[in-house]
Design a protein around this ligand. Structure first.
Ligand SMILES: Cc1cc2nc3c(=O)[nH]c(=O)nc-3n(C[C@H](O)[C@H](O)[C@H](O)COP(=O)(O)O)c2cc1C
Length: 241
């Protein structure tokens, strides 16, 4: 933690939130990223994630309120030397992409978000978005960011960390496609970044076993928020921001 507080620059973390019921934990994740890493956080909802975002208020009112305070700027983060202006948490969905683009030359949201982010954390990652990312489909802003993500190919742009925290029903998790998709995504680490010794630029934060929201007991629940924070701390400790 001491190392992190010495950083000159505040980490800019893009938090992708997809249509798993665990998306109700997204406000807590966003708030903790601000508080524990002094991060700027942009929350990007997939279409599925948008269905769950508002439900977080009922699930965890305390973190929902804190998150709203960060979004509206009522609550600011600790650092006076902010590298990016604006509220510590900003909220995006695919709708903004088209609202903000009217003609050639206008900014393109998924490219701007890709360029802005030091780290892309998708938590929770649904089975559907996992499949899209593995196959290269990009029909919303979140999957466009992932498709355009910097994996360090041809050494033109340095690789940036991508952290994936899947969350789904046990049968979905145990389906052979899940393993195949995760393996495919891990193979996206560029040869160039491997040669340069960049470690773990793609990380899977394994789900855990518990009583799932559907009532079944088994593997597939989102990793604990503590576990996600620990993984982020590890990535930040080795990432040259
Ligand atoms: C109540 C409810 C809970 C769901 N929970 C999950 C889940 O935990 N994980 C998952 O992969 N899909 C879950 N789904 C299905 C996804 O929401 C659906 O596949 C959606 O298309 C995902 O969209 P996205 O990947 O674009 O976010 C759930 C659906 C409903 C209606």
């Amino acid at each position: 933690m001491e190392e992190l507080s010495k950083r000159k620059q505040r980490p800019q973390i893009l938090l992708g939130v997809t249509g798993s019921v665990a998306a109700v934990k997204a406000p807590e994740i966003a708030v903790r990223l601000v508080r524990e890493f002094n991060a700027h956080v942009r929350v990007l909802l997939s279409a599925g994630g948008s269905n769950f975002w508002e439900k977080a208020e009922e699930y965890d009112k305390e973190n929902w309120d804190l998150c709203q305070d960060y979004i509206t700027g009522v609550q600011t983060s600790d650092s006076a030397e902010s590298s990016t202006k604006g509220a510590p948490i900003q909220l995006y969905s695919s709708e903004e992409e088209w609202k903000g683009w009217n003609r050639l030359g206008d900014p393109v949201l998924h490219i701007d978000l890709r360029d802005w982010a030091d780290i892309f954390l998708i938590a929770p990652l649904s089975a559907h978005t996992l499949a899209k990312l593995a196959q290269g489909f990009c029909d919303d802003t979140l999957s466009c960011v992932a498709r355009a993500w910097d994996f360090g190919y041809h050494s033109t742009r340095p690789a940036k960390p991508l952290l994936l925290a899947p969350a789904m029903n046990t049968a979905m998790w145990q389906h052979p496609l899940t393993f195949q998709h995760l393996q495919t995504i891990q193979s996206f680490v560029s040869i160039e970044s491997r040669q340069e010794g960049e470690k773990n630029s793609i990380r899977i934060i394994e789900p855990t076993s518990k009583v799932l929201a559907c009532g079944e007991v088994g593997m597939g629940a989102l990793a604990s928020v503590d576990c996600i924070m620990a993984e982020m701390a590890d990535v930040l400790a080795i990432s040259p921001l």
